[in-house]
Ligand binder design. Structure first.
Ligand code: ADE
Length: 226
């Protein structure tokens, strides 16, 4: 999968994909992340990408021309499945959307800044808008990194144990059950005996029960979606 990220701050996106699971995905050639500096598509000596908003009001707005030029240039090289704008007023991101996006080939992520982008970008160039939560970030870059990470780890061959993403929290609308490792006893704090029993079927039942219990307690709204 290829993900092209359009940003005014490409430096901010250098590190997130150079470690751990994302690095493995990139090294294995399963994921290609390409950061494009929007200023490279802006005219004039200052390579301006934002301007005052019509009608007055505080805050700058990202201009349509450089975004149009950038997206057009990318589209001349390949076909994109989605052109996604990261914005706090978009539909909220969830595991279902991550699963869907992980099945695509080519994505463009557009990171907003300031007051956001000229509405005509959203009307004519964007196919999907995403918010990663009900809070406002200073720009879309960290949100883009969240998307790439959550999508990248779902690509077949990225995780060591291919089935493990299936048991993540939110797959099946359940939070993940508790996990333990050695030592079995620490400080008088014991690992549940069932996990030491070697009884695979019973362990699975226990995990499902704990997952249900946790979901009921913390996120009952997820159970309504089943
Ligand atoms: N840009 C600023 N805040 C954001 C959010 N919550 N989600 C996605 N993009 C954003």
């Amino acid at each position: 999968m290829r993900i092209d990220i359009i940003t005014v701050l490409p430096e901010l996106l250098q590190s997130p994909f150079q470690h751990s699971i994302m690095k493995r995905a990139v090294d294995k050639g399963l994921l290609e992340v390409n950061c494009i500096n929007l200023r490279d598509y802006a005219d004039g000596p200052h390579q301006q990408v934002d301007d005052y908003q019509f009608g007055g009001g505080a805050g700058m707005v990202m201009m349509v021309e450089p975004i149009f030029a950038c997206i057009n240039h990318l589209k001349s090289q390949r076909t994109y499945d989605e052109v996604i704008y990261l914005t706090p007023d978009g539909p909220r991101y969830d595991q279902k959307t991550a699963n869907f996006l992980s099945m695509q080939q080519n994505l463009i992520l557009l990171c907003g800044h300031y007051k956001g982008v000229d509405e005509r970008v959203r009307e004519h160039l964007i196919t999907r808008e995403i918010s990663i939560g009900d809070y406002v970030l200073s720009g879309g870059e960290l949100a883009a990194a969240v998307l790439v990470d959550s999508i990248g780890r779902l690509l077949p061959g990225v995780l060591n144990d291919e089935t493990s993403a299936l048991f993540d929290s939110f797959q099946d609308n359940l939070l993940a059950p508790p996990v333990y490792t050695r030592p079995a006893s620490f400080n008088g704090w014991e690992v549940p005996e069932i996990l030491l029993s070697g009884h695979t079927a019973k362990i699975e039942d226990w995990r499902h029960e704990k997952a249900l219990e946790k979901t009921q307690k913390r996120r009952p709204d997820l159970l309504d979606e089943n």
